[in-house]
Design a protein. Sequence first.
Length: 266
Amino acid sequence: MTQPGYALVTGASRGLGKYFAVALAQRKQNLVLVARSHERLEKVAEKLRLAHGVSVETISIDLARSNAGRDLARELRESNLTIDLLVNNAGFGDHGEFVKLSLEGQLEMIRLQNSTVVELTHELLPAMIEQRRGGIINVSSMAGLQPIPYATIYSATKSFLTTFSLALEAEVRRYKLAVVTICPGRLLADPEDEQAERKKVPGGEQSHVEVVQDALKMLDGGGGLVIPGAVNKFAAFAERFIPRSRVARLIARMTKPQRSQQEVPR
């Protein structure tokens, strides 16, 4: 008997991950939701079970620690959960001068947004290839398309993720698998989350729902790069004609911190 397929969403207890979970549940997709907070995760899961009648499993794990992706994949195998769609969403950003920010915090960002994504993809992709069925959505950022001073490691991790994802897409097309790379700008504040003071940014803020819809539409179409929003599309195009070192200096003027640095979840 064929096991039912699940979509695995990381960082699913809040923000964009929660909205991915809702949209997929509306499609009657069974879910495995992953995040650090067990309590928040279970609240999201219970709402989705009641509202949409889908199977929702939860796994609480810190994906920023070493080998977390491999540990999660092992737990999935032990629970006999088949993953048809992997949504690599978990992530966070910080703002401040590189040398003054916590080294461990920045290494956690690299592990979460790069190492864990690579581990999970490497562990789960072979079964998708064997079945010739499945997909991956990698949530990158506009920050991955340019160097961002005072968000140095964040933009670097998103640059890695974008390049990795686009290259992977080209590799797996022959297996009829879809890989989506989505690069949103700043997202609107989620009403359910406590928010720190937010500066205005060029291009404004984007709706979680619209970003998720754009990603799923691209997934249905076979994969590819998504840059939501007309202003962001124009910015990505225009930057091709400006030397990257010049872009970094221009952005530094806009992003230089005025107050004490603080970590800001995506």
